[in-house]
Write a protein that binds this ligand. Structure first.
Ligand code: CTP
Length: 411
């Protein structure tokens, strides 16, 4: 499937099914239109019970229809799907997904889903019982097997007083995912059916209840990797150490603080993963003892000595103890070069030492990469390949890394 036509605004169909989360789709629509997309909203009749047609028409600048009987001379039930560059349905109900999985077409949205040949993203929202029902599970599996990106719902407060899995992810994050799927333009995502684990952020090693040893990792690169993998259809677990960024849509986020916690969660998730990317910066050392009480200043002015012990090397452990044959392991190396060698000499030695398949090397001599939306890297592969990634966004680097991972799956 070709990328969206150049020179024209990309055509996005925003399907809205009948769930209370329909109101959140207004925010998604705003973001899509304000970023230059030509959006046609196709609500179901039930969706209009929640948010009326005038809202969709005003925000999209286009009339809206739910059935196939309006403007029949323009054959909308075929034309809208055929001419779309992306179809995103948010919220997608259990009913809508059941119809889509079985090829039913009794309104404009389900007709559009049958005629679309572009990438399709469904963002489900429903009560936990509905999401977990075997019928929904089977329908989601069918849709995913056909290349549809079905976003995992978020956990949290649902419509009533109950909480659980089934919330629509934040509209801003559905937007980020949708534009990435659109930018790639692939009707069949290349990480569909794959489980991946990404670690992000920097761990903290506590000295006492209020102080810790930490580092400058922002988590941006790890979050970009997780979001990119979700947009390419993967089931993503993001082990996140002290990151304040919003949860990427469709990604299972597991929060940790220390290197020991990070190790436990990464090892657990890696057992069934096709790829593990260690983008986190785990602290290499931790205090030998953690004081239960806040450490006080001494009257004589002497600073306390802090004794440290080494943390486990997670990347090395994962690389050498692969439980799944063919799993691809990726490490990162932030290097400055020293009197024993330049950045690439040190990185090649680290690749061999860690035993991973790919090592993404950042030259951090100037400290520029921390917290920056951009990155520049060299990827070293255990098979000897070297891939130069020019200065660009962390999202662009994330996609190059997944390209390399996907290439290694195929071997
Ligand atoms: N890493 C890890 N466990 C650690 C430390 C680092 O898994 N305890 C991972 C990081 O997530 C990264 C890679 O190892 O993917 C390289 O991290 P880096 O800090 O550069 O490696 P070190 O082993 O600490 O190397 P150095 O000898 O430079 O300290």
């Amino acid at each position: 499937m070709a990328a969206p036509r150049t020179g024209e605004r990309p055509r996005v169909v925003l399907g809205v099914a009948g769930g209370i989360a329909a109101y959140k789709a207004c925010e998604l629509l705003r973001r899509l239109t304000e970023s230059g997309h030509d959006v046609t909203v196709v609500p179901t009749a039930a969706a209009l019970e929640f948010v009326g047609a005038p809202t969709w028409a005003a925000l999209s600048g286009k009339p809206v229809a739910t059935d196939v009987w309006s403007d029949v001379h323009e054959v909308p039930h075929v034309r809208i799907g055929q001419s779309a560059d992306l179809v995103v349905v948010a919220p997608a109900t259990a009913d809508l997904m059941a119809k889509a999985a079985h090829g039913l077409a009794d309104d404009l949205l389900t007709n559009t889903l049958l005629t679309a040949r572009c990438p399709v993203v469904l963002a489900p929202a429903m009560h936990t019982e509905m999401w977990e029902h075997p019928a929904t599970t089977a329908n989601v599996a069918t849709l995913r097997s056909r290349g549809v990106v079905v976003v995992e719902p978020a956990e949290g407060r649902l419509t009533g007083k109950d909480t659980g899995k089934g919330r629509l992810p934040e509209p801003s994050e559905i937007f980020e995912l949708a534009v990435e799927v659109l930018a790639r333009g692939a009707a069949v995502p290349d990480l569909a059916g794959r489980r991946v684990v990404v670690s992000a952020g920097g761990t903290r090693e506590y000295l006492d209840p209020v102080r810790f040893l930490g580092n400058r990792s922002s988590g941006l690169q790890g979050y970009a990797l997780a979001r990119a993998a979700a947009a390419r259809g993967a089931e993503v677990t993001l082990v996140s150490a002290n990151v304040t960024l919003p949860d990427p849509a469709g990604v299972k986020v597991v929060r940790v603080e220390t290197t020991a916690e990070l190790r436990a969660e990464v090892v657990l998730a890696a057992g069934s993963a096709d790829a593990v990317v260690m983008a986190a910066a785990p602290a290499d050392f931790r205090p030998t003892a953690v004081s239960e009480a806040k450490i006080k200043k001494t009257v004589d002015g002497f600073a306390p000595a802090i004794e440290l012990e080494q943390n486990p090397d997670i990347l090395k452990e994962i690389s050498h103890g692969r439980q799944r044959p063919g799993a691809v392991v990726v490490g990162f190396a932030a290097e400055t070069g020293d009197d024993t060698g330049d950045v690439l000499d040190l990185a090649r030695a680290k690749l061999a030492r860690k035993g991973c398949d790919l090592l993404v090397v950042n030259d951090v001599s100037g400290g520029a990469v921390f917290g920056s939306p951009d990155n520049e890297a060299v990827i070293l592969a255990s098979d000897g390949a070297t891939i130069d990634v020019p200065h660009g966004t962390k999202t662009a680097l994330a996609h190059v890394i997944w390209d390399e991972v996907v290439g290694r799956f195929a071997r």
